[in-house]
Design a protein. Structure first.
Length: 288
């Protein structure tokens, strides 16, 4: 009887060995931060990084975004080799820039270029939040202005996808001046009767939301995107009021007239194509 007691198999849970853990490839599975669903990363990527369970829009890299929008083989990148300097000798800033360059394979927080969307020629800029949280420093502002000038010279519609934490503190007032610089360039585009479509993605905050991102002829956003200038806690402490639960979301801004439309990622390319076609027909009708 005692022998039988010791011969029984234990039913305790075992802790996987380090070797077993290593057999599961890193990045194989992804977890949705909204509904907590677990899914294969490849399946998530096939669905343009949109959760199949709840529709949550995961972040896209700049190049992933361009691949979902620009017709195959038509994208030509501008100003890829522009890199930021350290004008204020800010501690560790050059090291952080170098780290982000290696991590993202980008030289700055925005990719700009030209191509076609369903045959319609455009110039396009896409911010990438992986690089310094998409903050707008001197190079980001300069690349946007150069892109706007291209739109004017080549008479192409301008599309900008914002994803940013705001101005880049390591460049101080030089970063803040990019707000005025990009806004002034957009005013020139407006005088030339050029079309500007602004698309705000998660997150679009600070100096970016307060400048070029809010100046589109069409202001669009992805579902659930955080859009605002100051943080929620700061606003509540300032006005001493509790803000609505959906405050600073794309849906809240749409409800209060600050957006033209909230567009699902799967519908973004077709929506942009319709807008571009509409304006091409308008230009043909007026002979411009």
């Amino acid at each position: 009887m005692i022998r039988d007691l010791f011969s029984k198999k234990k039913k305790y849970a075992t802790i996987p060995s380090e070797q077993a853990k290593q057999e599961v490839p890193e990045g194989l599975m992804s977890k949705c931060p909204e509904c907590k669903s677990i899914m294969y990363t490849k399946e998530l990527q096939k669905n343009e990084m949109v959760c199949e369970s709840c529709g949550y829009h995961h972040r896209l890299t700049a190049h992933e975004r361009i691949e979902t929008l620009i017709d195959d083989g038509t994208f030509e990148e501008f100003d890829r080799d522009m890199i930021s300097k350290d004008p204020l000798s800010f501690p560790s800033y050059p090291d952080k820039l170098e780290s982000d360059r290696k991590k993202t394979d980008l030289n700055e927080a925005i990719v700009t270029g030209k191509g076609t969307i369903e045959g319609h020629p455009v110039v396009i800029g896409v911010m990438d939040a992986r690089y310094r949280m998409g903050s707008m420093g001197s190079v980001v502002g300069e690349k946007i202005v150069r892109l706007i000038n291209r739109a004017i010279e080549e008479k192409r519609p301008l599309i900008l996808f914002a994803a940013s934490g705001g101005a880049r503190m390591q460049e101080g007032v030089l970063s803040l001046m990019q707000m005025a610089k990009t806004s002034a360039a957009l005013q020139q585009l407006h005088r030339e009767k050029g079309l500007f479509i602004s698309v705000m993605t998660h997150p679009t905050t600070g100096g970016v939301s307060a400048s070029f991102a809010s100046l589109g002829d069409y202001n669009l956003a992805e579902p659930g995107a955080l859009i605002g200038f100051a943080g929620r806690r700061i606003i509540e402490q300032t006005i001493r009021q509790e803000l609505p639960e959906d405050f600073q979301t794309a849906e809240f801004l749409l409800k209060h007239g600050q957006l033209d439309r909230v567009v699902h990622r799967h519908e973004m390319k077709s929506t942009l194509s319709v807008i571009l076609k509409l304006h091409e027909m308008t230009d043909e009708g007026t002979g411009e």
